[in-house]
Design a protein around this ligand. Structure first.
Ligand SMILES: NC(=O)c1ccc[n+]([C@@H]2O[C@H](COP(=O)([O-])OP(=O)(O)OC[C@H]3O[C@@H](n4cnc5c(N)ncnc54)[C@H](O)[C@@H]3O)[C@@H](O)[C@H]2O)c1
Length: 442
């Protein structure tokens, strides 16, 4: 990254902090989003002269994305890199030539100079590395989803309760300005009672990475195999389910769904098409869908209220009382009555069905903001990942835990894993008692 780019990222981070100050409006925001407590300008000033020393474990695409973001975090430096796959380790070493290099993460955990580790390995490695890191006294920033199985998630959650170490999971929407402000608007009543949620993620891509030799297929394309991945649920849905719970301040009590391999019949084991319904105890439902062989609909996180709709992914909201007019059917009947049409113009351009009423879009943020097209498998610009990583690096210096971050990641990961179970077993699954935690309100 050039010095010029570095400065630009740094400026956007400062801008974010400034904006955050502007939208807090006192204790209300921090009350519902307490993980932002540690991310105030005063705290940043406190750590300005120190540097946390970070090791990156897993230097594939996401690990290298974090390395790039790390360049603009002044209170951090990368001191070690670790990957089991030499080409990815070397690619990262080319970015940070001063860092020590390892292929065994346990060696990294022995380094006294490492304060915290970033774990960006495949899902099945999250829990073993994270738990070993906590035992070794390291702070941890781990990629989502939390872990491969419900048992591992519970083990991480329980260990964290008795640990004095900081643990972050990269649920970056929690640090994305448009999500923060949009959820604040929902919770302050702008869209009225939340009556539903509709989230989807559509792509048209095989989700494959090139493999230089066949024996590397399962390690490079780990996302496609059940031994290492929870498929679309743990890779994509986890972010979106977290947002729904954040908006509703509840956890769904049950889930049902259907999953299939519809198009990419190339030996993969995870579904390429999933449709699920998550059911909250008050009757509100999340309709979730992900398909990776058609991208017409893109990626959206819609929270539906009686008075409006918050589309957090696009940064827009819509009010129900805008454009109040006749419904499609009423328009059609009056047009026929007025003899505008002699016959019913089915599919005609001048008759819009009720479902296609146009709403005026209002932006959540007044200033420019970035919108992810949902296509990148690595990460989007200014999607909150950089801010969250910065907050973690700061916490490695102050020792201040990120409130609710582990709980949010635990809840959404459990919902993803339960969704997979519901699809595999083709039945409705209730949230199991043994995995409930005090944080959860059903
Ligand atoms: N938060 C987000 O938006 C986001 C976006 C993309 C990926 N991710 C997550 O990041 C993680 C990595 O994804 P990716 O796309 O970078 O995968 P990747 O395959 O590109 O990189 C993973 C790296 O981990 C290495 N690795 C595997 N086992 C290891 C071990 N035991 N010790 C050290 N290194 C090991 C692999 O060799 C590889 O280089 C996943 O958990 C994924 O879900 C998150």
């Amino acid at each position: 990254m050039s010095r010029k780019e570095e400065k630009q990222v740094d400026l956007s981070l400062r801008q974010f902090i400034k904006d955050l100050g502007g939208i807090t409006g006192g204790a209300a925001l921090l009350g519902t989003m307490p993980w932002l407590q540690s991310f105030t300008p005063d705290k940043l000033k406190e750590v300005a002269k120190e540097k946390s020393r970070i090791a990156i474990i897993g230097t594939g695409s996401r690990g290298q994305y974090h390395i790039h973001n790390m360049f603009s975090i002044q209170h951090a430096e990368i001191v070690a890199l670790c990957d089991t796959y030499a080409p990815n380790l070397e690619a990262a070493a080319a970015l940070v030539p001063t860092a020590k290099k390892y292929s065994d993460y346990r060696k990294v955990l022995e380094l006294p100079e490492v304060d915290g580790v970033v774990i960006a390995t495949p899902l099945n490695w999250h829990a073993p590395i994270l738990l070993d890191a906590l035992s070794a006294g390291k702070h941890v920033f781990c990629e989502k989803s939390m872990a491969y199985s419900m048992e591992e998630c519970k083990q991480i959650y329980d260990t964290y309760q008795t640990s004095d170490r900081v643990v972050y999971f990269c649920m970056q929407r929690m640090f994305d300005e448009k999500y923060i402000k949009g959820i604040q608007m929902i919770q302050s009543g702008l869209i009225g009672d939340v009556v539903g949620a509709r989230c989807y993620w559509y792509r048209n891509h095989d989700w494959r990475r090139p493999v230089p030799s066949p024996e590397l297929e399962r390690s490079i394309n780990w996302r496609l195999y059940r031994e290492s991945s929870g498929g679309l649920m743990t890779e994509l849905a986890t972010h979106q389910l977290e947002v729904c719970n954040w908006a509703t301040k509840r956890i769904p009590k049950s889930v049902m769904g259907m999953g299939d391999i519809v198009f990419w019949k190339d030996g993969r084991e995870v579904y390429d098409s999933v449709s699920l319904v998550y059911h909250y105890s008050n009757g509100v439902k999340i309709n979730y869908e992900s398909v990776i062989s058609n991208k017409f609909n893109g990626m959206e996180d819609q929270i539906l209220g009686h008075d409006g709709t918050m589309n957090l992914a696009t940064g827009m909201y819509y009010l129900e009382n805008e454009n109040i007019g006749k419904s499609g059917i009423e328009q059609l009947l009056s047009q026929i009555g007025d003899k505008v049409f002699t016959a019913v113009p089915l599919a005609g351009a001048s008759w819009r069905p009720e479902t296609k009423k146009e709403y005026t879009p209002f932006p959540i943020l007044a200033d420019n903001f970035n919108v992810s097209d949902g296509i990148s498998m690595i990460g989007a610009v200014n999607d909150g990942s950089d801010q969250m990583l910065s907050a973690f690096c700061q916490a490695c210096i102050t020792g201040e835990k990120g409130e609710n971050i582990v709980e949010e990641a635990y809840s959404s990961t459990l919902l993803c894993l339960l969704g997979n179970q519901a699809m595999d077993e083709q039945r409705k699954i209730d949230f199991p008692e043994e995995y409930k935690i005090p944080y959860m309100k059903f």
